[in-house]
Design a protein around this ligand. Structure first.
Ligand code: HEM
Length: 411
């Protein structure tokens, strides 16, 4: 441990080999590494070396507020994502650039169009979830009506089919060959980005295309999407909404739209199956929640209502608690310092380094959550007479719950 300039403690070696070792350790036990460091640093920002940068981690309310409010020109979300996801290689050449500098297309598609159409898509989504259960549970019957299936695989198939329905429409969602290519594509991205993070940057333009090209899945996905974009079908799915949201000739090219769709596929592919898997897992570990949750759903779920899950506070709380104890990434609100950045408390981050929030540390902090390491499925349910405080919902974004990212960005 040593002191970086102006008030940021570094946990790990600052020599090249030591940084590489720290980078590899981060992949396998990032959460442990972070919690050891956080305990020693207290409320102050601290840094964990990676191969190409320092990861400066912030846990105080004030620090997170500054990180959230800082503009893209100083602490950049896109540059941080580019370094990690290697868009150019992993998203069929998609780049965040002057074609859509303010993300107006994905913003409009996800925040406006999808939200408006979601109630109409719910029936079809439920139908598909039923189909997946039947298909997958029917494959390996054991005895007495029981079947065996991997929970993670089931979560992947289920969320994959729903994502494909919403992004590309019913025909592709039911196409087995496309479903396999889409699933393999997202697997290729994860492996490629994790391996490339451990390599010197000059290797990445050679290794990343080789790894992404090995299975051919990304190109296959693009081959399926290209004719749909060319035909510009008027179906209620994200392809149509992306096309409708394009306002300039460069936004409207078939290649750019296919790239944008592949970027959306990538953005939606990983978190959903993991979140679902952890929820199923939590139900298995704590079966005492099954009966009250089923009773609540039987009583209050209203498929015809605009927000069919509005009156399900127990379910909402259970999902939030499952998410709190099982965050999907070690870091949230990741930003790259494009110019030197100094926090109000004087902690200084030189340009080129990553600033982020270690979400597990925060969501298991005993000062923020009573008995923080314990699973309490109904932790977020408010007693009926406490109506001056609004109900906390699974999707609420708060600084002490950075699961959905920053209050500025979360969808
Ligand atoms: C359990 C599910 C999900 C979780 C936990 C999750 C979490 C996150 C987080 C933490 C960020 C970074 C925000 C920040 O740094 O401030 C993010 C960004 C993003 N997510 Fe998700 N996400 C989920 C599902 C999805 C889905 C289904 C889509 C649909 C395509 C999606 C699209 C995006 C996009 C486009 C961004 C970039 C935001 C921007 O540029 O402003 N996410 N998400």
């Amino acid at each position: 441990m040593s002191l970086l300039q102006k008030g940021v403690l570094i946990f790990g070696s600052t020599l090249l080999f030591g940084k590489w070792l720290s980078s590899v350790r981060f992949v396998f036990s990032g959460a442990d590494l972070i919690s050891e460091a956080a305990e020693k640093a207290g409320e102050a920002p601290f840094a964990i070396p990676a191969l190409a940068e320092y990861q400066v981690l912030v846990t105080s309310k004030e620090g997170i507020r500054e990180l959230t409010e800082c503009d893209e020109g100083r602490l950049s979300f896109h540059k941080a994502m580019e370094d990690r996801l290697l868009h150019k290689h992993t998203m069929f050449g998609f780049q965040h650039n002057d074609i859509d500098p303010h993300d107006s297309i994905p913003n409009r598609v996800l925040k406006v169009k999808l939200r408006t159409h979601l109630p109409h898509l719910e029936g079809k989504m439920q139908e598909m979830i039923g189909e997946v259960f039947e298909e997958e549970l029917g494959r390996k019957p054991i005895a007495d009506g029981w079947s065996s299936v991997s929970a993670f695989y089931l979560a992947k198939i289920m969320t994959g089919r729903i994502n494909n329905l919403i992004l590309f429409g019913e025909d592709l969602a039911r196409d087995q060959e496309f479903a396999e290519a889409a699933m393999r594509y997202s697997h290729d991205v994860v492996i490629t980005m994790e391996i490339c993070r451990q390599l010197p940057s000059f290797c990445v333009p050679i290794v990343a295309p080789l790894m992404m090209g090995w299975s051919g899945a990304m190109k296959k996905v693009a081959r399926f999407l290209t004719p749909l974009v060319e035909r510009r079908l008027q179906r209620p799915n994200c392809i149509k909404w992306v096309i409708d949201s394009c306002h300039t000739p460069r936004q409207r090219t078939v290649t750019r739209i296919v790239q944008q769709m592949i970027a959306l596929l990538m953005a939606s592919a990983h978190q959903m199956p993991m979140a679902l898997f952890y929820a199923i897992f939590s139900l298995c570990i704590y079966p005492e929640y099954i009966a009250p949750l089923c009773a609540e759903i039987a009583q209050n779920f209203n498929a015809d209502a605009e927000d069919s899950c509005k009156n399900l506070p127990l379910l909402d709380s259970f999902l939030r608690e499952s998410a709190r104890l099982n965050p999907l990434d070690a870091l949230s609100i990741q930003r790259k310092a494009l110019i030197p950045f100094t926090f109000l408390n004087g902690s200084h981050v030189p340009a080129g380094n990553l600033v982020a929030v270690p979400q597990q540390t925060l969501m298991r902090n005993y000062q923020l959550y009573t008995d923080a390491d314990r699973f309490d499925g109904f932790r977020f349910v408010r007693p009926r007479n406490a109506d001056e405080e609004a109900e906390i919902r699974f999707t609420d974004v708060k600084w002490e719950f950075p699961y959905w990212g920053s209050t500025r960005k979360a969808w």
